[in-house]
Design a protein around this ligand. Structure first.
Ligand code: GLU
Length: 476
């Protein structure tokens, strides 16, 4: 058996999209599951849209996701270079060989001529594909066109009834040859087209499995024809179903964050995101939903990848992220929230962070929520967050609670959790108010909110003096 070699081949024209991250994850999982290699190739032949910044950002996000590559940009390998802009000589060489074998030809048609011909064919109810008129040019025709200053593209000659390929998800796929048309391999400016350089690279890099989004399905028959024309082994394909928003439309910005970096900013943990994205169109045979990396690698299997589109369920992602957050050790949680606290202008000492960790570990689904939650501990006054909270502290029984609380704590100097608990017990006994009627007004008086961190811990964090002041303010 040949060693499995998969690749992720992003175009550095923007941020790493969540759909592409899912493709990368599937490539990574399959190679790791098979004991093979995972390769990273940069497809930057679109010089205008590609940028170094975007390449760096994509690499950064892949690293953050924990998808390590065995070969590719930055790590090197025996099959490089791994950046398409550095492989142009090789593309020219293959184009030349296809021209020489008569499987490709120079086409001099201008954009206007092609458009006119398309319109005519469309109006006549014919196939709109290029009609192959430049296939039959003589040397003299070519010389004459070139003397007019025309520069040719290189087109592939499609001469087949149909093209079929094996797909691990869709099983057998086939396309009729007459829907493909003689397609362009090299542009006038000498830059290769995606379909062309992709095949050359996948061949040269000994890729055995091409796993990519199903928006590429219609490219694959053209690519297969190039493999066949070069007499190269055709890899196995797997086209992953698309990801839809809750409204069953293709996932897009209107559904919320679509880039990996945005999820990172919003406080999702990379392990949670990888787990969640792995479960789009795939399920584990064990039925488990929370799967760590080892389990994902062990259980990944194309036989369990579904053909149908997956719906991106944000609620489920939030739930999953919350689970991963709760599973962090206190030290890891402290490390994870630190940048988010700084972002919220809360420059806490290590000691302070240590205190707040147990208060909030169970309370956030996204790390970015931490700033808002923790700021409660640092506000001077506890303004009720809404009318409901305001009503809670205005109730007559609440006023009795506050007054009793102040009476009971008048002679205390400072307190610990036990003192707070004892005070609450005493207030209950004296005022006759208990349960929610007792605790909720105290919570709102101290924090302005009806929900929040453990009240005893909060009271100790504030210290007695601040608690008494807030209680007086609530009374007023
Ligand atoms: N650069 C292509 C893309 O980002 C790669 C497609 C492929 O995997 O072949 O869509």
């Amino acid at each position: 058996m040949k060693e499995v070699r998969t690749r992720f081949a992003p175009s550095p024209t923007g941020l790493l999209h969540i759909g592409n991250a899912r493709t990368a994850i599937m490539n990574w999982l399959f190679s790791r599951h098979s004991g093979g290699k995972f390769i990273l190739r940069i497809e930057d032949t679109d010089l205008e849209r590609s940028s170094k910044e975007s390449e760096a950002a994509i690499l950064n996000d892949l690293r953050w996701l924990g998808l390590d590559w065995d070969e590719g940009t930055e790590v090197g390998g025996d099959y490089g270079p791994y950046r398409q802009s550095e492989r142009r000589g090789r593309y020219n060489q293959v184009a030349q060989s296809l021209l020489e074998s008569g499987k490709a030809y120079h086409c001099y048609c201008t954009a206007e001529e092609l458009e006119d011909a398309r319109t005519r064919r469309r109006e006549a109810g014919e196939n709109v594909q290029y009609d192959g008129r430049c296939r039959h040019l003589t040397d003299a025709d070519r010389m004459s066109l070139e003397s007019q200053g025309r520069e040719p593209v290189v087109r592939f000659k499609v001469d087949v009834e149909s093209v079929a390929f094996k797909d691990l998800i869709r099983k057998k796929v086939s396309f009729p040859g007459d829907t493909l048309g003689d397609f362009v391999l090299m542009r006038q400016n000498g830059m290769p087209m995606y379909n062309f350089c992709c095949v050359i690279d996948d061949h040269d890099m000994a890729i055995t499995h091409v796993i990519r989004g199903d928006d590429h399905v219609s490219n694959t028959p053209r690519q297969v024809l190039i493999y066949q024309a070069m007499d190269w082994d055709v890899p196995v394909f797997a086209h992953t179903p698309m990801i839809l928003g809750p409204d069953k439309q293709r996932l897009s910005k209107r559904h919320g964050a679509t880039s990996v970096s945005q999820y990172k900013e919003d406080g999702f943990l990379s392990h949670a995101l990888v787990n969640f994205l792995s479960l789009l169109s795939w399920s584990s045979a064990s039925g488990d939903e929370l799967l760590d990396r080892e389990q994902l690698i062990k259980e990944f299997d194309f036989a369990r990848v579904s053909k149908s589109a997956a719906v991106f369920d944000t609620e489920k992602l939030l739930w999953m992220n919350g689970q991963y957050i709760r599973n962090l050790s206190p030290e890891d949680f402290a490390g994870a929230i630190r940048p988010f606290l700084i972002r919220a202008d809360l420059n806490l000492s290590d000691e302070q962070i240590k205190i707040i960790v147990p208060l909030f570990r169970e309370k956030v689904e996204r790390l970015a929520e931490i700033g808002d939650k923790v700021s409660v501990l640092f506000q001077e006054h506890a303004v009720p967050e809404n009318d409901e909270a305001a009503a809670v502290i205005k109730a007559e029984s609440a006023r009795i609670v506050f007054q009793t609380f102040l009476d009971e704590t008048g002679s205390l100097a400072e307190w610990q959790v036990e003192d707070f608990k004892a005070t609450m017990k005493a207030v209950q006994k004296i005022s006759g108010v208990k349960g929610k009627g007792l605790w909720m007004p105290v919570r709102v008086a101290l924090t302005g909110q009806e929900h929040g961190p453990d009240l005893g811990a909060t009271a100790v964090f504030f210290g007695l003096e601040k608690c008494r002041r807030l209680m007086k303010e609530a009374l007023e």
